[in-house]
Ligand binder design. Structure first.
Ligand SMILES: Nc1ncnc2c1ncn2[C@@H]1O[C@H](COP(=O)(O)OP(=O)(O)OP(=O)(O)O)[C@@H](O)[C@H]1O
Ligand SMILES: [Mg+2]
Length: 259
């Protein structure tokens, strides 16, 4: 496993050093040290309650770590002033686990909202961008629809499109496939790979679906719920062959489906 250093390697978008996650006094994870490499799909996996969503909140600037640092380039996110933190945050798109769109707005308005808040784009530019992002996720006709009229799979796609609204270099997705049938979950995996291919976006995806891991991940970070630390970071097939026992067990249970 990599050791902390003072420099962020050129191919790393984010470097996490000695991160410790707590809720109140409760330890969730500690000793997390890893890079997010430019252009990769990194999946964060672990059983329910292991701390995947909590880690994501620490990576995107929503929860201050109990210890350790999150570096964007050479800048430490939580050491930056508020304005700089906000700028750094704007460079990434996020789809939260609950992933909901605002129900009182159309899909198009949902996508245009971050552009209205954070850019000086005109209404026409915002609409053009929103339609473009919807087309990217295969929702060409959804601009004027209300979210309630979308199917579950379409809603997930729309939430991803919204996360792409500001052209993020990094996309964080928390369980994008949850609640979907296997066919739509597989289509969502394809979408993630297409986005990476077409836009060059680096993707960090939380999932507990083994099929998804094998479909999309260059590397997989395993958060162990008992040891409360990461016990593996490597390509899924490498970990399936020679990872620690808990990781192989995790991967083996879903591998028949993924193969
Ligand atoms: N807001 C909170 N306040 C207190 N404890 C929390 C809070 N959110 C999460 N926790 C606790 O932190 C631990 C990690 O939760 P987290 O939601 O990060 O897990 P997860 O791996 O994302 O789980 P899941 O797969 O179910 O989404 C759990 O023990 C959870 O009960
Ligand atoms: Mg979660």
């Amino acid at each position: 496993m990599q050791q902390p250093s003072d420099r962020t390697p050129a191919d790393a978008v984010v470097r996490v050093e000695g991160l410790e996650l707590r809720h109140g006094g409760q330890l969730v994870q500690r000793g997390l040290t890893f890079d997010i490499r430019r252009g990769e799909v990194l999946t964060i996996v672990g059983v329910s309650g292991s701390g995947k969503s909590t880690l994501l909140r620490h990576l995107i600037g929503l929860q201050v770590p109990a210890a350790g640092r999150v570096l964007y380039g050479d800048e430490s996110l939580y050491d930056a002033d508020d304005e700089r933190q906000a700028q750094l945050r704007r460079r990434h798109g996020v789809m939260f686990q609950a992933g909901a769109l605002w129900s009182a707005m159309t899909v198009g308005e949902n996508l245009m909202l971050p552009m209205r808040l954070y850019t000086s784009m005109t209404r026409e530019e915002r609409e053009r961008q929103a339609r473009f992002k919807l087309a990217l996720v295969g929702l060409d006709g959804a601009f004027d629809l209300e979210p309630a009229r979308l199917s579950g799979g379409m809603r997930k796609r729309a939430a991803i499109a919204r996360a792409l609204a500001l052209d993020p270099e990094l996309l964080y997705l928390d369980e994008p496939g949850s609640g979907l049938d296997p066919v739509n979950a597989a289509r969502l995996d394809e979408l993630v790979l297409n986005l990476r291919h077409d836009l060059g976006t680096t993707v960090v995806m939380v999932t507990h679906e083994v099929a998804s891991v094998f479909a999309v991940a260059d590397r997989m970070l395993y958060l162990d719920d008992r040891q409360r630390t990461m016990t593996a970071l490597d390509a899924p097939r490498t970990l399936l062959a020679s990872g620690p026992p808990e990781v192989r067990e995790f991967l083996t249970r879903g591998h028949a489906v993924a193969a």
